[in-house]
Design a protein around this ligand. Structure first.
Ligand SMILES: [Zn+2]
Length: 421
């Protein structure tokens, strides 16, 4: 996927900047066809519908895979390249101004035609003179439109909620992670299943197992397996505590893991307590995982990003604040909530960012940006691993027993997945 995104996708970008888009149409369709074919192959599929491909074409921060088709950037690229040229060239060669003005204003010239076709109707090329990163700006407005179309055409409100959740900051950080060590790498099956969850592709569980051990029926989205009481939440708490402890250790912050009986009979069970050097007090960290389809937040989660995580955070804070310590002081907590699709709760995001300011490299120089970038990817990868682990573990448990359905013996995604895990 990294090779596809970083090597194949931008392969013809230089042509898009210098060749009028209609002349490039054949090359564009071949390039985009190859991108889509490779993407489908990476998912282990033979076909994906247009909606799935449209999502994959969006930038990662908008819930896609950053597989920008050449056909969608050719217009902005060509216009941006000429906008730069018409402000640069006449300043060096003044006699060119007249020629260039004519060239760009004449709708019958390739350049003039492209400007008409790819700029908003109320704009002229002169409005864009000297604007930096124009290609990016024009592309972004196209992507926003594409995203809105995708949301409008979403088959269910659950899909809308998935799209909103994927828009959360760093929700797709795992797709940027270079697999340089085990902790930040996904194996092929983990990667494939993480992609399916992101794209809302069915995970055909119900063919083999109809209901969970809690008697709830299973759905092809994997939602029940991820959120069953014995599933996602507890496993994520366990996995995530380990990563948060690594994070605190790397900042040399004094901490204590899962203190027992700290707030007896209160229902408050912090996962980590850390010493805050700024205030000289301890801070409780409470880790949890929220799903945007949970009945307490759905369908509000289809309207805005991060609703599930933010509400969970609010609830956690209220719960701790109700519990007064013997001296009358209130218990403070930082709820560290993520959503299954990867977005962070506001409190968790701020907490991660705030502590990163204390980081430094081996020579003692501040390196908050690199530090934060690494840890966002680390948490994001860990969450994807956890999602896959939960599904595979529960499925393995449900499929276990005396007789396995025959279809399980056929080579299929999950057998491969389980053997990896
Ligand atoms: Zn269940």
């Amino acid at each position: 996927m990294l090779l596809l995104r970083h090597c194949h996708i931008p392969r013809l970008d230089h042509l898009a900047r210098s060749v009028e888009p209609t002349l490039l149409s054949e090359a564009m369709s071949i390039q985009d066809f190859q991108s889509r074919k490779t993407f489908v192959h990476l998912l282990g599929e033979t076909f994906v519908d247009d909606q799935v491909w449209k999502q994959a074409c969006l930038p990662i921060r908008m819930g896609g895979f950053g597989l920008t088709p050449l056909s969608s950037i050719s217009g902005p690229a060509f216009v941006a390249s000429w906008s730069h040229t018409i402000s640069e060239l006449p300043s060096r060669f003044p006699h060119l101004k007249v020629i260039m003005d004519k060239f760009t204003c004449d709708a019958s010239s390739p350049v003039g035609h492209a400007f008409r076709a790819y700029l908003p109707t109320n704009k002229k090329i002169s409005d864009y003179k000297g604007i930096k990163k124009l290609q990016h700006q024009l592309s972004i407005s196209n992507f926003k439109e594409d995203f809105q179309h995708l949301v409008d055409a979403a088959p269910t409100a659950r899909d809308e909620a998935r799209f909103r959740s994927l828009q959360g900051k760093s929700a797709g950080a795992w797709l940027h992670a270079l697999p340089t060590s085990y902790s930040i790498a996904l194996n092929p099956c983990e990667f494939c299943l993480a992609c399916r969850l992101r794209l809302g592709l069915p995970i055909t569980i119900s063919k083999w197992v109809e209901s969970c051990n809690c008697n709830a029926s299973l759905d092809d989205s994997g939602y029940h397996l991820l959120t069953c009481k014995t599933g996602g939440g507890p496993i994520w708490s366990h996995e995530s505590i380990a990563v948060w402890l690594e994070y605190l250790r790397s900042l040399r912050i004094h901490h204590c893991r899962e203190p027992r009986n700290r707030y007896t009979n209160s229902g408050c069970r912090p996962d980590i307590i850390m010493f805050n050097a700024e205030s000289g007090a301890n801070i409780n960290l409470d880790i949890s995982l929220a799903h945007p389809w949970s009945s307490d937040v759905f369908p509000s989660s289809a309207e805005a990003t991060g609703v599930a995580a933010n509400r969970r955070e609010t609830r956690k804070m209220a719960k701790y604040e109700q519990h007064n310590l013997p001296g009358g002081s209130v218990v403070k907590v930082v709820p560290l909530v993520m959503e299954h699709f990867g977005s962070w709760g506001e409190e968790a995001r701020k907490f991660l960012q705030k502590l990163a300011a204390f980081s430094s490299d081996e020579a003692g120089r501040p390196n908050a940006v690199e530090f934060l970038d690494f840890w966002r990817k680390r948490f994001s990868v860990q969450l994807q691993k956890c999602n896959v682990k939960v599904i595979a573990k529960k499925l393995s448990m449900l499929c276990g027993g005396s007789e396995r359905p025959d279809s399980l013996l056929a080579p299929n995604f999950f057998l491969v997945s389980l053997s990896y895990i």
